[in-house]
Design a protein around this ligand. Structure first.
Ligand SMILES: Cc1cc2nc3c(=O)[nH]c(=O)nc-3n(C[C@H](O)[C@H](O)[C@H](O)COP(=O)(O)OP(=O)(O)OC[C@H]3O[C@@H](n4cnc5c(N)ncnc54)[C@H](O)[C@@H]3O)c2cc1C
Length: 410
């Protein structure tokens, strides 16, 4: 009988299982329950930053040589009416079709001997004194622990009344370039102009490696496709307004939509205030929360799951159903500190004075130098907090700052 039910077989659920196994948890102690049948569609830009590529490589080393339904970019580009700069990481970024990536990660879990029950929707989770009951169509089942890896709209957090963080709204579709327009296929473009229209977020253009036979492992992808979308990092705009913004953006950028509809899905952001544990239950991945600045979710999901697996193993060894300082302990880890850094930036850029902070971002000389250096990684800048603050203060003291104009919607 499995002792631990992992609800959700996305990157967080798979990473949790694989890390738990590495720590010595027996495969027969784990079961993954997912309402979907894999490979399942997942609305996502499918971009892994360099750190994400390393995290996936650590989990499933053979994904790299055998995997060709993906492509690489060499850099990110941040653009706005106040400037434009490239972000060069320590290595390339990978782009995936998410159905394909998640299927490969879950296959590694199955290959490691863990039971995976697909098409199994969890309806509710009820923590009790000695066990936690999981309710599915098949009836109630008791586990020592339940791991909520069920994403932005997860049932686990709701069932156990864990309060939610900020929920953003995203829309996205597949586009192709208009004849004569040649976008850079080696670039992930982030355009912060939605902020000028009162939408606290950014629009993106990512190359998309669409598998020719969706759902099947394939080495073939359809060339020349892109995903365009918009993230409203505070969930303040209506879905229809975001769809219209995306189509207008695509037209300006020289793209034609090939998807019939522009689909939407929420994102749930991490904050130092979100809670993720009650006795017998922990949250991981987006169920707990992801990067509130760019909505990067895959790398944080894997990082949180690595931490969660370690803490749960300690609790199993101690025969305990509580994990003191589960949230606080994560905040002290490097990924936790970096998420806190991303949260601070998001609070500024998507907060009360976004134009001022947009201006700081695009004129901050030390930040621009770090972005260009190729020695850093997106999502790992927390260690530079004080040098960044002091260098900007010095920049303003010695040269003043550009007046923030009253930017109008274009
Ligand atoms: C439009 C859009 C674009 C994005 N682009 C990027 C990007 O380019 N790069 C990036 O890093 N991140 C991106 N993200 C975020 C990223 O997709 C998520 O943060 C990431 O998938 C989180 O992984 P997870 O495993 O925590 O959750 P998920 O991937 O959502 O997996 C949760 C799993 O739980 C299952 N589940 C849910 N409820 C139940 C239930 N009741 N019972 C059983 N199973 C259940 C689901 O079927 C699913 O398989 C994007 C998100 C959106 C919406």
């Amino acid at each position: 009988m499995p002792r631990i039910a992992i609800v959700g077989g996305g990157p967080a659920g798979s990473a949790f299982a694989l890390h738990a196994l590495k720590l010595g948890v027996d495969p027969s102690d784990l079961v993954v329950l997912d309402r979907a049948r894999f490979p399942r569609p997942k609305l996502c830009g499918g971009a892994l930053t360099w750190r994400g590529t390393e995290l996936v490589r650590e989990l499933v080393p053979d994904l790299v040589p055998h995997e060709s339904a993906r492509m690489q970019t060499t850099h990110l580009r941040f653009r706005s009416a106040r400037g434009d700069f490239e972000v060069r990481e320590r290595g390339p970024q990978w782009l995936y079709d998410r159905a394909h990536l998640d299927d490969r990660l879950l296959a590694a879990v199955i290959e490691a001997g863990v039971e995976v029950r697909q098409s199994t929707a969890v309806k509710a989770v009820e923590p009790g004194v000695g066990s936690t009951v999981v309710r599915t169509k098949a009836g109630p089942e008791s586990f020592e622990w339940v791991v909520g890896a069920d994403g932005a709209r997860g049932v686990v957090a709701r069932s156990v009344n864990l309060p939610r963080g900020i929920v953003g709204r995203l829309v996205e579709a597949i586009y192709e370039p208009e004849p004569g327009h040649e976008p850079d296929p080696a670039e992930l473009l982030f355009d912060f102009d939605p902020i000028l229209d009162g939408i606290p977020g950014y629009a993106w253009v990512f190359p998309y490696p669409k598998p020719t036979a969706t759902g099947e492992p394939t080495t073939e992808t359809t060339p020349g496709l892109y995903k365009l979308g918009i993230m409203d990092g505070r969930g303040v705009a209506e879905g229809q307004a975001l769809r219209e913004w995306t189509d207008a953006f695509a037209e300006r950028e020289g793209f034609r939509r090939i998807d019939e509809k522009i689909a939407g899905w929420p994102e749930h952001y991490w904050s130092h205030r979100t809670r993720a544990h009650v006795p017998g239950v922990i949250l991981t991945g987006e169920a707990w929360g992801i990067d509130p600045l760019l909505g990067e979710g895959i790398a944080p999901a894997i990082e949180i799951s690595r931490y969660a697996a370690g803490r749960l193993k300690e609790a199993l060894d101690a025969g305990s159903r509580t994990i003191p300082t589960y949230e606080k302990g994560f905040r002290k880890t490097v990924p936790g500190k970096n998420l806190r850094f991303q949260q601070r930036l998001a609070d500024l850029l998507y907060g009360k004075n976004p134009l001022r902070w947009l201006d700081v971002l695009f004129s901050h000389r030390r930040m621009l130098a770090l972005a260009a250096a190729g020695t850093e990684a997106y999502g790992q800048l927390e260690k530079h907090t004080w040098p960044l603050i002091w260098s900007y203060v010095w920049q303003v003291l010695t040269g003043g700052h550009r007046p923030t104009p009253r930017l109008q919607a274009g």
